[in-house]
Design a protein around this ligand. Structure first.
Ligand SMILES: [Zn+2]
Length: 265
């Protein structure tokens, strides 16, 4: 019962954070500040607090503005819901994760600010083909924390582990950087280079190798499917940021790494 009540509170917190992320994504892309009241993007009418209740207002208004009846983007409820589900599952992972007292703060930070940062990157890249530096920086800081923690956990191996983690992250970033450079930004944006540096630091060596290839494989499969479906043409760029995050997430699951490395060797 306590668990259910806690989950509900965290779910609502996730909805509220998700609602804020929508503002960050939309206004950030337009170069607007975060201050000022929320308004309909079509008719500019200020929204009342009832229209700002995450998820519920979208459902009650059937996805339309109450004044001008213009359709509201699906981005709003989806980001709110994704953040809420991410928070609740993160909470359960923390709760049952058997974390040591030293690894708890980083795991908590990873969930509390890492999930919002990833959502901002995924949606911004899909909708506007940009990856906000601020969100990448948050992931990069979590990554540095993860490297410190992994290397400090094994006395005597600290320097070796840290060097391997940093080395693989730089190698992944250098590979994307050369793709970005030689294609003149056609295949890849520089935001992808910075993002893979951050996510590789988070997953560390050797998982970062699996993460890198998972990102390429999933991105290629999605690209081929989009071309076959006639939604994209060969020369069009497909946002790669979401696949970098997907690859890193998949590589964090020990079983996936096991299958991956047994395929390789
Ligand atoms: Zn309106």
């Amino acid at each position: 019962m306590v668990e259910l009540a806690l989950s509900l509170i965290i779910f609502c917190l996730g909805l509220a954070i998700g609602s804020f992320l929508n503002v960050v994504i939309i206004r950030g892309n337009k170069g607007e500040t975060l201050g000022g009241r929320s308004h309909c993007v079509n008719c500019n009418t200020f929204l009342s607090w009832l229209e700002l209740v995450p998820l519920a207002s979208f459902i009650v208004q059937r996805g339309r503005c109450r004044r001008c009846a213009k359709k509201i983007s699906w981005q709003y409820p989806l980001v709110e819901l994704a953040c809420a589900i991410g928070y609740v599952s993160g909470f359960w992972a923390l709760f049952y994760g058997n974390l040591s007292i030293t690894s708890f703060p980083l795991a908590l930070a990873g969930i509390a600010i890492g999930i919002p940062a990833m959502l901002v990157i995924i949606v911004s890249d899909f909708r506007f083909q940009t990856i906000p530096d601020g969100a990448t920086l948050i992931l990069g800081l979590i990554g540095f924390g993860a490297v410190l923690q992994r290397s400090a956990a094994v006395p005597g191996e600290t320097i070796r582990i840290a060097l391997y983690d940093l080395g693989i992250a730089l190698l992944a970033a250098a590979t994307l950087c050369s793709l970005w450079y030689f294609s003149r930004g056609q295949w890849m944006g520089f935001g992808d280079v910075k993002l893979i540096l951050a996510t590789s630091l988070i997953v560390g060596f050797p998982a970062a190798i699996a993460a890198f290839l998972f990102a390429f494989w999933s991105g290629s499969i999605a690209g081929i499917l989009l071309i076959l479906a006639g939604k994209k043409q060969m020369h069009q760029r497909i946002p790669f940021g979401p696949f970098i995050i997907f690859g890193a997430g998949l590589a964090c699951i020990p079983q996936s790494r096991l299958i991956f490395f047994s395929l390789l060797f």
